[in-house]
Design a protein around this ligand. Structure first.
Ligand code: NAD
Length: 466
């Protein structure tokens, strides 16, 4: 891994006029690397490089672009250990998690590559004789891709692979917390993509992000991150009527009914709340338990939380923000910073939080679970839905009726019965309702709707007969 990372613009590594910023290791707070502190000039250069490369890239057939994406996935698979090792240093997560994420990114590449031979359009009928209408997918143009730090490799793969496959050129603005994995990913892609098709611009979000969102030469902004940043991107992008796709946060709920398999329910609740230090958009940060099993669940959940191996959170600011949110709360377990270098928070369990309190409605993005007690399914569903977010949800029950009612009535993009609040798989569209997104789905063939526009081509076979 390089200690000095550069931007990748038009196939060249370059610096930023604004100098460099430092990236520290969350595991111990030591310096990992520095990266360019980019702003408007670097973003402008990257967008120009993308614009310059896009037409020629789009002129290649989808089959050829699919083959190149397949090669990218194979190249990443061949270097999965190296990629995962970088992610471990950069985020502090376990090697096992990082390897799983590298594999998930590879799988996304394979799924997207298959679209090369499947990029289906439609034909449709017409009221006019002799008219055939072809409905085809066209690239959007230049895509500005802005992503979160939490699972960096899948975050790049979920956006970059479908974006370039669909014939777009892209400017990736990774999180300032993950410059090393973004540089690795960019260099890997650079070996197989023509210069300018993928550009990587590092920088602090508030400095490098807005020029990308505001650039009139960026046809699509695809963003994964917090609702607050999403709102600002929506306003800036909306002002110039750009296509803006937002995948945002969650305050996801997992419900444990009185007929649940309690061992499994505890296991899934722990993993859903605390894996990746709770830094998952799909994390179960609200655990809603039926009254009659509450005490037993609580005891086992607290015992599990005490020994759960989470990684550190991503930054000192993030840790301080979470500790501030826990002040004055009824903390049943954890709630403290671990006595070691880096940014470690003990897995934390909070009880008796009012449903309308800000803690119940704010995503903390850390290893914190709130426990709620409910009398029945009606109350559980009402509580789950009493949230500004609606990304994922889960219910543990032996009753098919309860499961189906929950699936029907819960306001969320994803429902899991007897499992964790998962993310997704490459062939499944992922996204949420309310403030968890703006109605788009990533991954799956749904991603094609993000990265293409429909074009209606009218063919009049015999002009004399119309
Ligand atoms: P964040 O909003 O702080 O940052 C996300 C990205 O936006 C980063 O690259 C950042 O540099 C950039 N950014 C920051 N300010 C910007 C601005 N003013 N203009 C343009 N870009 C700007 O989020 P984060 O802390 O990196 O990630 C955590 C959030 O992401 C959580 O809310 C989580 O739920 C969400 N998330 C959602 C999904 C999903 O698929 N729905 C997946 C992963 C993470």
């Amino acid at each position: 891994m390089r200690s000095e990372i550069g931007n990748l613009i038009g196939g060249q590594t370059s610096e930023a006029a604004g100098g460099r910023f430092e990236k520290l290791r969350p595991g111990d707070g030591s310096l990992l690397c520095t990266a360019p502190r980019s702003g408007e000039p670097e973003v402008r250069a990257a967008v120009a490089a993308a614009r310059g490369a896009q037409r020629e890239w789009a002129a290649r057939t989808p089959v050829e672009r699919g083959e190149i994406v397949r090669e990218l996935a194979l190249a990443l698979r061949a270097r999965r250990e190296e990629a995962a090792a970088i992610v471990v240093e950069e985020t502090g997560k376990s090697l096992e998690l990082a390897l799983g994420e590298a594999d998930a990114a590879v799988e996304m590449g394979f799924f997207v590559a298959g679209e090369g031979r499947r990029l289906y359009g439609r034909t449709t009928t017409s009221a006019m004789p002799n008219r055939t209408v072809l409905v085809t997918r066209r690239p959007v143009g230049v895509a500005g891709l802005i992503v979160s730090f939490n699972t960096p490799l899948p975050n790049y793969a979920w956006k970059v692979f479908p974006a370039v496959f669909c014939g777009n050129a892209a400017v990736l603005k990774p999180s300032e917390h993950t410059p090393a994995s973004a540089a690795f990913f960019g260099e890997l892609c650079q070996k197989l993509l023509p210069p300018g098709v993928l550009n990587v611009v590092h920088g602090i979000g508030s400095e490098a992000g807005p020029p990308l969102v505001e650039s009139s030469d960026v046809d699509l902004v695809s963003f994964t991150g917090s609702a607050g940043t999403g709102r600002s991107i929506s306003e800036r992008g909306g002002a110039r009527l750009a296509k803006v796709v937002l995948e945002l946060g969650g305050k996801n709920a997992l419900v444990v009914c009185d007929d649940a398999d309690l061992d499994r329910a505890v296991e899934w609740s722990l993993a859903s709340a605390f894996s990746n230090a709770g830094q998952r958009c799909a994390a179960a940060s609200r655990v809603v338990v039926f009254d009659s099993v509450y005490e037993e669940f609580r005891e086992r959940f607290l015992a599990g939380a005490r020994t759960y191996e989470t990684g550190p959170v991503i930054s000192e600011q993030s840790l301080e923000r979470i500790l501030r949110a826990l002040e004055g709360q009824q903390v049943a377990g954890g709630g403290n910073r671990l006595e070691r270098p880096g940014w470690w928070l003990a897995p934390s369990v909070v009880e008796d939080v009012a449903r309308d309190a800000s803690l119940s409605r704010t995503e903390l993005f850390g290893p914190v679970a709130l426990l709620y007690r409910v009398g029945d399914l009606d109350e559980a569903i009402a509580l789950v839905n009493d949230s500004p977010y609606g990304l994922t949800s889960a219910i543990h029950t032996a009753s098919l009726h309860r499961a189906m009612r929950f699936a029907e009535e819960v306001e969320a993009g994803v429902v899991v019965v007897n499992g964790g609040t998962h993310g997704s798989e490459p062939h499944m569209g992922f996204g949420g309702v309310k403030q968890s997104g703006t109605g788009w789905r990533e991954a799956g063939i749904e991603a094609l709707d993000v990265y293409t526009e429909w074009k209606y081509v009218n063919l009049i076979a015999d002009p004399a007969r119309t």
